[in-house]
Write a protein that binds this ligand. Sequence first.
Ligand code: NIG
Ligand code: FE
Length: 405
Amino acid sequence: MKVDKIWFNCRVATLANPAEPLAVTDNAAIAMRDGKIVALDSSERLLAAYQAERVVDLQGRLVTPGLIDCHTHLVYAGNRAHEFELRLAGANYADIANAGGGIASTLKATRAASADELLQQSLPRLDRLLAEGVTTVEVKSGYGQSLESELKQLEVARELSSHRLVSISPTLLAAHVVPPEYKADPEGYVSFVCDELIPAAIAAGKVDAIDGFCEHIAFTPPQIARIFSSAKQRGIAVKLHAAQLSNDGGVQVAAQYRALSADHLEYADDAAVAAMAASGTVAVLLPGAFYCLREQQRPPVALLRQYGVPIAVATDANPGTSPLTSPQLAMHFACTLFGLTVAEAFSGMTIHAAKALGQATEIGSLEVGKYCDLAIWDAERPAEIIYQMGFNPLYRRVWRGHEST
Ligand code: NIG
Ligand code: FE
């Protein structure tokens, strides 16, 4: 049988077996046709059964699924280095937000930027992710909160994939912050989101999900419920920033609307985790934000395990709470700060991240029929990729069968 390409003589961790996600098979080979995996087998058997236009000897290197960063705010203008200094001097995130800084200050800069400026500022951040083996990135809007500015962010997010070999999953973060023109009328802003922003964003192009920020400094559970019901009426998936700074019932709203994921979760309790388990909602842990905000309350990892809730890990790349564009460091922090095992952290940026995006039948593990998105590492064991800080063992990245150097 003819295929486009074969990679052989590699050690493969497929992430396909939940009982042993990081089991490594020696002397393995992968065959690709039309961007998809068509066979996985021993090098001898696969080379005997298939003829390929190109055959690559990986000389014993480790191959894993391409990494998936399932929660980022990659498209924004400016930076918030000043707030970093304020926090070092004692201010906290909520103080800064209440004084008009935080998300509102990035909103101002992002509204003022042209689409091209946004693209030029976002591409270097995307490149950092790709350099560490990422092949799919979720990108949220949420620094516009007006029709024009949210659509501009979504358009730039989609455009990223015409400049790089990567899949982008665009999310409308409709309710991130109440914009200045609605300060006195948050309910009016929620109505605008439900009646105008969501339909316009869907009409303008691909939007994979609707997101919100449920928190005392952002939106209430009933406001989020209004937005989710508008999204669901239009057949679009939802996800939520929930229980990051307090336990306000946001997780239960996410579960009620069968959210793909609930993200952050530091303050989620037993009832919240039980609700997630019942609704099949993935827990997305964001240790970069936990670290930068010097939080003390850890997400309930033991409960998530006990209830069998899939755990994903993401960078949360954003200018305020998590200026982190290293998926390897996100996995490292998930292990050192939250107590995840290496297998949990790696599943968190592959198969469980795919679940959090609703794309687990297409990406996230190396299986016949899935897209051929690979990360090829100069490493023997997956733990080597995670335990080092600031050292990048990526050898090559493959997106839909295309190899980038
Ligand atoms: O995921 N929690 C809210 N949203 C972002 C922060 C964005 C910002 O501060 O600009 C987060 O941490
Ligand atoms: Fe976020």
